[in-house]
Design a binder for this molecule. Structure first.
Ligand SMILES: [Fe+2]
Length: 245
């Protein structure tokens, strides 16, 4: 995802998804000719502070609503492609801790941010009461960290599964979506899939994710899956067992 954004006409309301969890849809951004919907996740931790994954530009009214939830203490990029999004929110909340998935050649950054930490296999004590996390292993370059919100039984995946609607009247776009393996029924984008060389490690990571008792799924690029997300995730990773990427 590139920082080139289209700020026109996006809705940025704080949308409740479950107990202590909200999503906000951001502007459409373009990457390799494809328009991407964007979304951030806002979690009100049980200590009253606010944790945000993949922050997007929002209207002032939405910013005020988020501020009313509690102090914004954690800004998190669970995927290498959203690291650059931390910059703007770091200026808004300079005291918030900055956390990122491991930085690789795939990481899209704007300058060097001073990170508090890199997301690993164990959630920091600061949010362990509400959120669990696990790295999706098997790729040297694409290192996303999956997050599970216990109170709402929601799984957060950012770039690793995407679902793009068919766009009538845009045959080239639909062809790109199909080639990328990210049609409306969801999939791991082909360019990301190709970086997963150690499939056994990836399979173990996916099995670890599937041990979480989730029912909802938030993707950064695709609709929110409000029920039956387990099957959706199983299907999106079925290529691990059945074919070469
Ligand atoms: Fe993304």
């Amino acid at each position: 995802m590139t920082p080139a954004s289209n700020y026109r006409g996006f809705m940025s309301e704080l949308q409740p998804l479950g107990e202590g969890i909200f999503v906000v849809d951001g502007p459409v951004v373009r990457d390799m000719g494809l328009p991407f919907e964007t979304r951030m996740t806002v979690v009100q931790l049980s200590d009253g502070s606010v944790w945000i994954a993949s922050p997007v530009p929002v209207r002032y009214a939405t910013l005020a609503e988020i501020g009313a939830l509690g102090p914004v203490r954690y800004l998190v990029s669970p995927t290498p492609r959203h690291h650059w999004r931390l910059n703007e929110w770091h200026r808004l909340f300079p005291d918030a801790e900055l956390w990122s998935s491991p930085v690789t050649a795939f990481t899209l950054r704007r300058g060097k941010l001073g990170l508090t930490g890199v997301l690993g296999a164990k959630p920091p004590d600061a949010w362990a009461a509400d959120l669990d996390q696990t790295p999706i292993r098997g790729s040297r370059w694409f290192k996303e960290v999956a997050i599970f919100h216990h109170p709402s039984r929601t799984l957060l995946l950012e770039d690793i599964i995407q679902a793009h609607e068919h766009r009538p009247g845009h045959p080239m776009l639909n062809a790109l979506i199909a080639l990328g393996g990210v049609k409306a029924d969801g999939g791991v984008p082909r360019d990301i899939r190709l970086t997963f060389r150690n499939r056994e490690a990836t399979r173990r990571s996916v099995d670890r994710i599937l041990r979480w008792d989730f029912d909802k799924l938030v993707m950064a690029h695709g609709p929110v899956v409000t029920a039956g997300a387990r099957r959706f995730v199983e299907d999106a990773f079925s290529w691990l067992d059945t074919q070469r990427a």
